[in-house]
Design a protein around this ligand. Structure first.
Ligand code: GDP
Length: 295
């Protein structure tokens, strides 16, 4: 995960690690390299600039140059700031209502259906919940079928309505069905398109307004870099979602989405997807991710 970024940051900070004492020039050069590494990882310019400025201020504030192990302290400052940038603390999902309703949003191919299954499986096994998966992608019969396959695999019920082209009605009926059948979590998988378009946005906003979910999650493919951040912005403007799910972190992703998304949309990353299998789901921990990135 993020191998390229980790290597570059390691190289940038290596210069300081070896020094007993360092100069302001060392710090400035290191931060320039850090910024370059972030930009190469597809972190947007403003985020990278603000990040290195904060590290610099903190380093000067803590008198890095006069401490015994300035290199170690610099690494710690970078790690702490990276953790903050990715949200600081872990933020869980809220499952207050009964049934609790979770709405999935995102583009086609982002991993919504897969993640819906993973989340249902996670809630079932880790939190002893009884989830219901709901297929609201009325345009692609294959997507409905895919959710049924996932449901069978993890032994979770799937609600769909053949021939009904109204996703708002399906979602509403599914919640009534959940109440009648003792499901305490309802996970609504929705239609996505290949790019943000008005019709899709209106449709998901209508579903959102009708079912008032406890959690609206935005699912995004981490491989899409800056596009991931722009798409997040568009969905957040429309839905004011509660959290982000970053998928495909097992791939050769550069890291920009993970690092920038929180600072751009001000919504936490709540889960990550790390593979195609149903157990490839993790709660997002900013500090652990910063550890991984910095090695
Ligand atoms: P949807 O169109 O948003 O519902 O996306 P899908 O759930 O159908 O996922 C699209 C593709 O990405 C499928 O081939 C999934 O198996 C794959 N996929 C989803 N999540 C992950 C992940 O975390 N890692 C990897 N490697 N593949 C994933």
């Amino acid at each position: 995960m993020f191998n390229n970024l980790s290597d570059k940051l390691d190289k940038a900070l290596h210069v300081l690690k070896g020094h007993g004492s360092i100069t302001e020039v060392n710090v400035a050069e290191t931060l320039k390299e850090v910024r370059r590494a972030l930009l190469d990882a597809d972190v947007n310019f403003k985020t990278a600039k603000e990040f290195t400025n904060r590290v610099k201020d903190k380093a000067l504030g803590q008198d890095v140059l006069t401490t015994l192990q300035p290199g170690q302290l610099m690494v710690k400052i970078v790690k702490d700031e990276l953790t903050e940038l990715m949200g600081g603390d872990t933020v869980g999902i809220s499952l207050k209502s009964s049934p609790s309703v979770i709405l999935m949003s995102g583009l086609q191919g982002s991993g919504k259906t897969t993640f819906s299954g993973k989340l249902a499986n996670y809630l079932k096994t880790k939190k002893t919940k009884k989830p219901l998966l709901v297929a609201c992608d009325v345009y692609r019969p294959a997507a409905i079928n895919q959710l049924h396959v996932v449901g069978e695999q993890i032994k979770v019920d799937v609600y769909s309505e053949e021939g009904n082209m109204d996703p708002v009605a399906i979602a509403t009926n599914a919640i009534a069905h959940a109440k009648q059948n003792g499901h305490n979590v309802v996970i609504v998988d929705t239609a996505g398109r290949l790019a943000v378009d008005e019709e899709m946005m209106t449709e998901i906003a209508n579903i959102h307004n009708a079912i008032t979910p406890d959690e609206t999650l935005f699912v995004v493919d981490s491989m899409t870099g800056q596009d991931a951040v722009n798409t997040a912005k568009a969905f957040n403007d429309k839905l004011n979602f509660d959290g982000v799910v970053l998928t495909k972190l097992d791939g050769d992703t550069r890291g920009g989405a993970a690092i920038s998304i929180k600072s751009v949309v001000n919504k936490p990353i709540k889960f990550i997807g790390t593979g195609e299998k149903m157990d490839a789901i993790d709660v997002f921990h900013p500090a652990r991710m910063a550890d991984r990135i910095l090695g």
